[in-house]
Design a protein around this ligand. Structure first.
Ligand code: TXA
Ligand code: MG
Length: 327
């Protein structure tokens, strides 16, 4: 499909009171705005407007079968969109605002565009913790559909400049609010009839969720395949730099770049270290920026040092495995 929309001038604006008011105005008029969240930058549009939601899919070149997360200013707004059961209520009380998305039955009569949830009978909702996101959502006074603000299939943006690289000329405004502190997309938890299952691991890990609601399936609902995923974003081709990734690498080849983790003496222009002190939080925050950094035409492949599978490491390895598969 050729893109015939006129080229826009994309402005990056600091997320002060004026910037936020301007961005909220664009959202209320049905336009799109990129904004910071604690996980990654989002590409927001009015979730109740079919036109705004269609524009999100078009701007990202995103397949229409992959549903969007609806962002809310306040946990108490969720009941207007979805049916909150006791688990949802407890999780919302305990872990919102924060990097947790809940997939719940769509509430009858909700104004959320069916296109946003790709025609499913569920809706994904989240209350982000980033102060700029919260102010923007409150000022807009609307539920905001917001996927990560990258072109479909690319690595999520953790900085306003990453958004500009991917979406320059396609959106009018990027609100700049510094680097995303978490650096990985939110944990997606399915709370529909199939029972609690993590569809996408993130900073809120299984233990944190189980501490609130009891047993949770870690790896998506049983019987899921990539052809018929419960969460379409789980398909293998996702989060991918152009250069192939080689995981659990001990050595670095002559045409390879190195993404190291932990104490490592290898240095140089083609080397980045996710965290020299071996801190998984720091590694998560650095992951997407460093992948973008090393993804250069002259790099044959990116060798990645082993990362422990514990805690946040599970979510980091999930993203790395997907990126490695897609080559
Ligand atoms: O941290 C985040 O979640 C970021 C920021 C901007 O909030 N957003 C984000 O959105 O990562 P996106 O569109 O890149 O990923 C949304 C994920 C996809 O894997 C999608 O398939 C899944 O959530 N999802 C959305 N609605 C769903 C639904 N109704 N049922 C199952 N999965 C759903
Ligand atoms: Mg995404």
């Amino acid at each position: 499909m050729t893109d015939t929309r006129p080229e826009l001038t994309t402005r990056i604006i600091a997320a002060g009171p004026e910037g936020i008011a301007g961005a909220a105005g664009i959202l209320r008029d049905g336009g799109l705005v990129a904004f910071p969240t604690e996980t990654v930058y989002g590409l927001g549009g009015d979730a109740t407007s079919d036109r705004a939601v269609a524009a999100i899919f078009a701007v990202k070149d995103r397949p229409r079968f992959n549903p969007l997360i609806i962002h809310l200013a306040d946990p108490s707004d969720a009941g207007m969109l979805v049916d909150m059961d006791w688990r949802a209520r407890l999780l919302a009380e305990t872990l919102w605002p924060g990097p947790l998305t809940l997939v719940l039955p769509r509430r009858r009569g909700t104004r959320v565009s069916l296109l946003a949830s790709a025609g499913l009978d569920s809706v994904a909702v989240r209350v982000p913790a980033h102060p700029v996101a919260r102010r923007l959502l409150a000022a807009a006074g609307l539920p905001i559909a917001a996927p990560s603000a990258n072109r479909s299939g690319r690595v999520s943006p953790t900085d306003a400049r990453h958004v500009l690289t991917d979406l320059d000329g396609r959106i009018p405004l990027i609100l700049a609010g510094g680097r995303s502190a978490v650096g990985l997309e939110s944990t997606v938890l399915d709370l529909t009839a199939t029972g609690p299952a993590i569809l996408r691991p993130g900073a809120i890990d299984r233990a944190a969720i189980e501490a609130v609601i009891g047993p949770v399936t870690a790896d998506g609902p049983p019987g899921e395949t990539d052809e018929q995923p419960k969460s379409p974003g789980r398909t293998a081709r996702h989060y991918a730099p152009a250069a192939p990734l080689r995981l659990n690498a001990a050595e670095v080849g002559p045409d390879e770049a190195l993404l190291a983790f932990g104490p490592d003496l290898r240095k140089g222009p083609r080397v980045r270290n996710l965290s020299e002190k071996g801190d998984l939080r720091e590694a998560a925050a650095n992951l997407f920026a460093m992948l973008r950094d090393l993804d250069r035409p002259e790099v044959g492949a990116i060798a990645v040092s082993p990362i422990p599978e514990e805690g946040l490491g599970a979510a980091i390895n999930d993203r790395l495995r997907r990126a490695a598969l897609s080559a």
